[in-house]
Design a protein around this ligand. Structure first.
Ligand SMILES: [Zn+2]
Length: 306
């Protein structure tokens, strides 16, 4: 028997789950829900923040990051973690920095880069996972991959397509009985909290997003952080899981350094009262009308159907 409530999360690289979904995963596990995390690549092209590891080849970094995420899974309590198509099936596509913390698509990437992969093939790996885990709620990035990383955009496309295919009886019956995900949520920046944290970080003199080259007004920066706060349909509160979130994030030692200005900013943001992991409605059943964002991703869904 599967638990009543089942959640699937699709992330592009090891560390994305800890920076964006750790509180969500910890909370639903604590409440007895089934939580499945799919990671699409090993993050072989992540920037290495630790000087001693600068010599790592992409393969070595990928192997190292598998260990990092395994530790994060232990801290959060996730036992159902899958690499899409198996570890190393899809290679990190890399990214180029563009304006103010946004990412762009590099001119060259490895042959098996996730960005270059066949969408149907990638989606079919997920179809099998969706049909066996039967999630009512699935989570991934928005269509722009939140900040433009090609692997985040591809993760979005793969999940959106897989949800359609998984529910289609004529599609690959060998991958399991059809299953309809009821709600797709796109994780997003909690815009107003990011703006508050940005103001505090500036006051403390932290250097963020190439300031100095740009002279943007604070309101302009606020708009760059994320969607109109009115569009945020759900927020999973961070506060009860702050310690788990922090420890999970710090397992990603190659990518996360506590004294880096961005991660200092991130920590300020996490500590703000009312901070939480924010979601947009991507598809499926809307949340019941309420005062502001819902606090439960399953609110209003029929979960007694498996
Ligand atoms: Zn990522």
């Amino acid at each position: 028997m599967l638990p009543d409530r089942r959640l699937l999360l699709v992330h592009a690289h090891p560390d994305d789950e800890s920076s964006q979904s750790a509180a969500t995963m910890a909370r639903y596990l604590a409440e007895g829900a089934q939580v499945t995390l799919v990671t699409c690549t090993l993050g072989e092209l992540g920037q290495i923040l630790v000087p001693e590891w600068q010599h790592f080849t992409p393969q070595e970094l990928g192997a190292h990051r598998q260990q990092e995420i395994a530790e994060a899974m232990e801290i959060i309590g996730v036992t159902d973690h899958v690499f899409l198509g198996g570890p190393g099936r899809y290679h990190d596509s890399g990214m180029v920095d563009t304006d103010l913390g946004k990412a762009g698509i590099p001119d060259e990437m490895p042959d098996n880069a996730f960005w270059l992969s066949d969408l149907l093939e990638a989606a079919d790996y997920l179809v099998e996972i969706i049909r066996s885990r039967k999630p009512q709620v699935a989570v991934t990035y928005d269509p722009h991959g939140n900040y433009g990383h090609p692997d985040h955009i591809k993760a979005h496309r793969t999940l959106m397509y897989a949800v359609q295919l998984a529910a289609t009886p004529s599609h690959r019956p060998d991958l399991g009985a059809p299953w309809q995900v009821q709600r797709i949520l796109w994780n997003t920046h909690n815009t107003s909290r990011w703006a508050e944290a940005y103001a505090i970080a500036r006051e403390r003199g932290l250097k963020l997003w190439g300031e100095g080259d740009h002279d943007h007004a604070d309101e302009d920066m606020t708009q760059r952080f994320g969607p109109d706060p009115e569009q945020i349909v759900a927020v999973v509160e961070l506060q009860p899981y702050l310690d788990i979130c922090r420890r999970a994030l710090l397992t990603h030692r190659s990518q996360v350094k506590g004294d880096d200005p961005f991660w200092q900013f991130f920590s300020i943001m996490q500590e703000l009262p009312g901070s939480g992991e924010a979601y947009l409605l991507g598809a499926g059943t809307p949340f019941p009308q309420g005062d502001g964002p819902a606090s439960d991703l399953f609110e209003g869904l029929d979960v007694a159907d498996a």
